[in-house]
Design a binder for this molecule. Sequence first.
Ligand SMILES: Cc1cc2nc3c(=O)[nH]c(=O)nc-3n(C[C@H](O)[C@H](O)[C@H](O)COP(=O)(O)O)c2cc1C
Length: 477
Amino acid sequence: MNMKLFQPLDINGMLIPNRIMAPAMVTHLCDEGGMVNDEVIERYAAYAEGGTGLIVVEAMAIHQNKSGALLRASEDKFIPGLRRLTARVHEVSDSKIVPQIIHFMKVARTGWRQTVDELSVEDIDVIVDQFGAAAARVREAGFDGVELHSAHAYTLSSFLSRANPRKDRYGGDTLEGRLRLIGRVMESVRRAVGKDFPVCVRFNAEEFIKNGYTVEESKLIAQRFAELGFDYLSLSVGGKFEDAVHTPGQVLFPYSGYSGDRCMPGEWLPRGLHVNLAAEIKAHLVAHGFKIPVAIAGKLSDPRDAEKALARGDADIVAIARGLLADPAWGNKVKNGQIDDIVQCDYCNVCKTLDGTHKPVICSLWPQGSLQAPKSLPHSEAPQWSEDGGGLSAKLTESSVTLRWSKLAGAACYDVYRSVGDAPSQFMDAVKICNWTDKTVLGGSRYQYYVRGRSADGRASKPGATAQVDMPLPEYM
Ligand SMILES: Cc1cc2nc3c(=O)[nH]c(=O)nc-3n(C[C@H](O)[C@H](O)[C@H](O)COP(=O)(O)O)c2cc1C
């Protein structure tokens, strides 16, 4: 298959077999102690077996600050568990695996949070050393590289932010000041792991907060990161404390405000919504002679969108978080042309809510009670509609269309598709019940719908019956 998606890429000696990245996604599958357990291993092995070229393991702490169930690389005692994880991924695939290492500050249930101006210069020195020590541990644990978490609401990102309130050399209202901590961290990490070990970084292409930095500055940040010798840049956005909404009795969740919506965009936001930011940053890097690979995330689980971003050169790697959570075999299915069998993420964000409440992160499309994605059964059959194709009906109100269909034997959920006028049909939603209401129809347009049933292990039926509606114009037109 001649797709850019399946071209290998050499990242400072780490050969990734394709351009598909599972970006870091907290699982809350480990215990409070932060040790790797079997469920953690199963989660990442599924990405490896499913054809994901580069697996970034969820943010793991470099320090001992209290937190919920979070993996840790803060002491040598974590190395054997981490080694079991890397060994399993390497045993089942040629995928590469890197951990995202993180420093975060203190938060309290009252909504209070520690800010970067409360850290002394001695505290900063400790953070610099902790990053170096953690990077050395993950190298020892068999990871193929390391990614520094300098995105969202965490310490490195908060220094980089335009909201950094420090008045000294680590802030002081200047970009150089805001870059100083990560610069020192990179120096410490490189010293700890050597030149031949990929050291990578994730940061925000746009903060999406009032007075936050935008792509105008992230281009310069990317340039500095390339100059510092990072081996890939992984772009995210938003996820800040500054606009987070406090739920009484809970610690502040940085994905609860608008910047959080941008970071983990829900169903109402457009597909591939941040590719334009990657394109600008990539163009800036190329213009300055840097070949450093750039990864971009944000609703790229439609293979056509992912391929387009790569083919146009907007990014070198596509990061697919929730899409791979829904279906870890995404890569293999695209490669084998089994597009219809991909369990498509409908961006309902149940996973995000689980993250916010520190519960094990699962996908609502998996069979109820499952802690892991169901595996494809070797000889499983796709469910098949009977003669009437599910008898799809469409009921109009003056501003919506409600579809109903009959239950399909063997279907665990249903994918609803819609086309407008003569345009190709698009996946709209995945539901576990036999009805769905379309609330974004425009009077004066013609809509056509069909539904596919999907077995618990992901096999999709052929499209069922179609239903066509002509939405009447509203009375004021
Ligand atoms: C449950 C959940 C946990 C996440 N945890 C992390 C994390 O630990 N580190 C990180 O950089 N991003 C994290 N993210 C953000 C994702 O890596 C990704 O950037 C975001 O979901 C947008 O990509 P998507 O549209 O493909 O899901 C998380 C997202 C979700 C939904």
